[in-house]
Design a protein around this ligand. Structure first.
Ligand code: FES
Length: 243
């Protein structure tokens, strides 16, 4: 069989023992093999107990987030040959979330924070909000304000890379904050004040220390660090109007 012989060092969480097991496997990896392909092969042919999440295998669902060679990454978007250093790839679960099993982490808190920023179009007329016949027209320029921030696939890589999220579990974090901005920047939305009031706290936008690491790992180039700075500007303007 063609391909490189790659060593996979996997730090897997053992739920019964509440500790990590260091596992080592060898697998043949070809030019186009992704880390996810290799993990699926290992699970099918070597160790059925390997636990990890995945679904789309093409960088869309955000399920296969894990730490590869120390960097939060999508396994299906990481080419094994490029990732291997001296023929070795190290893999572990994300660190900002509670561990469940193997490489699988718990996203409950992540989605709770996402919900807290009202991630939907808010209309002053609530009936309008739920009227499926109502259309809200936008031109290209209006659309381009929010579209880059709407690409989030909720993989959680940004929160894993965030030094604040890793030390303060109450911080809303780059994913939720970027999604708050996504709706504030949307000309269809009328929930700006409601969101800005909610985010104007030390665990909201002011918790961000602007390390920028969230934007560096985002697989969709959403740039949460930029969104948070834009939110700070929005809040500053909004405070002036309240005086
Ligand atoms: S499996 Fe869907 S993003 Fe990787």
């Amino acid at each position: 069989m063609e391909g490189e012989n790659t060593i996979f060092l996997i730090s897997s969480f053992d739920r019964e023992q509440e500790s990590f097991k260091e596992l080592e496997y060898r697998a043949r990896t070809g030019r186009f093999t992704t880390v996810l392909d290799a993990l699926i092969g290992l699970k099918e042919h070597v160790d059925p107990s390997l636990s990890f999440r995945y679904s789309c295998r093409m960088g869309i669902c955000g399920s296969c987030a894990m730490v590869i060679n120390g960097k939060p990454s999508l396994a299906c978007e990481t080419n094994a040959a490029s990732a291997a250093k001296d023929g070795i790839i190290s893999i572990g679960p994300m660190r900002a979330q509670p561990l469940l099993k193997g490489l699988v982490t718990d996203f409950d808190d992540f989605f709770q924070k996402h919900r807290e920023v009202f991630p939907w179009i808010i209309r002053n007329n609530v009936r309008e909000q739920f009227d499926d016949k109502k259309e809200f027209h936008q031109n290209e320029e209006q659309r381009d304000y929010f579209l880059p921030f709407a690409e989030c696939i909720k993989c959680g890589l940004c929160i894993d890379a965030c030094p604040v999220e890793n030390t303060n579990r109450f911080f809303l974090g780059p994913q939720a904050l970027a999604q708050a901005y996504r709706y504030i920047a949307d000309s269809k939305d009328q929930g700006r004040e409601k969101r800005l009031d909610y985010l104007d706290t030390l665990n909201g936008v002011w918790g961000c220390e602007f390390s920028g690491s969230c934007s560096k790992v985002c697989p969709k180039s959403v740039d949460p660090a930029l969104a948070i700075q834009l939110l700070k500007a929005e809040i500053t303007k909004y405070r002036l109007t309240k005086k």
